[in-house]
Design a protein around this ligand. Sequence first.
Ligand code: HEC
Ligand SMILES: [Cu+2]
Length: 253
Amino acid sequence: MAINVLEKRALKGAVGFVLLSLALVAFATWGLGINVANCIPLGTKPYEEASVVKHSGNFYEVHYVTRMWAFEPSVLRVPTGSTLDISAISKDVQHGLEIAGTNLNLMVVPGAIANGRVTFNKPGVYSMVCHEYCGKGHQGMAARIEVVDGLADFAVEGLPSSPGMKLLDAKGCLACHSTDGTAGVGPTFQNAWGQPVHLTNGTTRTLDADFFSAKVLHPNDTTVDGFAPMMPEIQVTPAELKQMEEYLKELKK
Ligand code: HEC
Ligand SMILES: [Cu+2]
């Protein structure tokens, strides 16, 4: 029995439609480069701090922390061809994490880990922006990923600070002492370690472990020339002093 011309047409149309749908799915999967990272097993403890871990080849695991109004890390530099498995958590409210020029667009909800994967095949500067209104500093909430040809190793800026820096912050030292060279109530800590310190009594000391602990434990015994004697006595343990020292040494450039 011959198939009616109209039936033939309908069949062709149906088959064509199915093929078109399959092609679209294939295009969405490979063509657009949408790549869904693996799920995080239930019970995984969310991380507390941002970090970047390099796995084999050009594969990186990047843990972003979002908070009002910053991304940590703020700058990540990787070689061209790198694949980044990106996770993000929020320390406060809901944020967004979008990397311009890629398909990565995450909603970062407090208490959960958002995930995505991107491969950067073209060198350039990719800006990361928050696309969820998150308060008055929202406009300025941005970071970037720099993809560079022939880069030997990755580099990162704006990661959470060392234990020493946290201590200086927690003890209030950074209210009077800067770490970037800017003038404050007290001398800056940048490039200070190992340098001579001129005192008002006419003597000169070197900022070493001895003078550091003496100054912190008995701030009023000596006064740095050119500054007001207004450093308060702050309780710190010998172990804490040691951690602070380690950090001050890092600030030497
Ligand atoms: C209220 C402000 C204030 C705070 C808080 C403060 N300092 Fe100071 N600090 C000063 C001032 C002012 C001087 C310089 C005058 C002097 O010697 O007293 C100074 C001097 C110093 C020096 C002398 C050497 C130098 O050139 O850097 C050290 C070391 C120091 N502070 C470490 C600390 C540490 C560590 C803390 C936290 C535990 C701290 N300060 C907290 C104000 C402060
Ligand atoms: Cu935000």
